[in-house]
Design a protein around this ligand. Structure first.
Ligand SMILES: [Zn+2]
Length: 205
């Protein structure tokens, strides 16, 4: 975290005009935590002043803040893949699909933040604060990429081992949208159930 806070404490190098038209309005949006709007403003500013160090730094920083907010929100969303005891795995297809989409979006935003830092390093090579911030973003990207890949693999592997039909009602399963339960069956084969069918089973026992 100190790397990112440090990057933001670097005095912004920009002209009074950039300050007035882009930095001040963008900061006002950022103070309301409206980072998408703040990013739009600095992106417009960069179209007019492509090499502005101050605007590049803000673009990188706001991208990071937006990605961080989205990551924090992920935590409060319903669990997409969850172990519910006795070796039973519950997978919410809709939530998993949504979460994988959010991972991609966060990775895209962080990638743009990294690109802004690369440009910043071209106009200001060897800036230690920026290099520190950049390596922090790269570690974060690597970690998110790994988490998202693990989730995607768990999701796609479970389909292929369990087949496409619910053991309870014998109907087909739409893994991308439905909530299902996987459990190891009596013949050491993976079973898959619609979540409601699995709940009915529990009530009968
Ligand atoms: Zn079923």
């Amino acid at each position: 975290m100190s790397a990112t806070e440090g990057a933001f404490n670097v005095p912004l190098k920009c002209s009074p005009e950039e300050q007035k038209h882009f930095v001040d309005p963008a900061m006002a949006e950022a103070n309301r935590s409206n980072f998408p709007a703040a990013i739009d403003i600095v992106t417009n500013g960069l179209n007019a002043h492509p090499a502005s160090e101050g605007l590049l730094l803000l673009k990188a920083y706001f991208g990071y803040k937006l990605a961080e907010n989205m990551s924090n929100e992920q935590v409060s969303l319903p669990r997409a893949i969850e172990s519910i005891g006795d070796g039973v795995l519950m997978v919410d297809g809709g939530a998993t699909t949504a979460m994988l989409g959010r991972f991609q979006e966060i990775i895209r935003i962080l990638g743009e933040s990294g690109a802004a830092m690369d440009e910043l390093l071209q106009v200001n090579p060897g800036n230690q604060e920026v290099l520190g911030f950049k390596s922090y973003i790269e570690r974060k990207l690597q970690k998110l990429g790994q988490e998202s890949e693990n989730m995607r693999l768990t999701f796609s592997n479970s389909h292929s081992v369990a087949g496409g039909f619910c053991v309870g009602c014998r109907q087909g399963i739409n893994f991308d949208t439905q909530k299902v339960v996987f459990r190891r069956g009596s013949v050491a084969q993976m079973e898959v159930w619609h979540f409601p069918c699995f709940q009915k089973l529990g009530k009968k026992n």
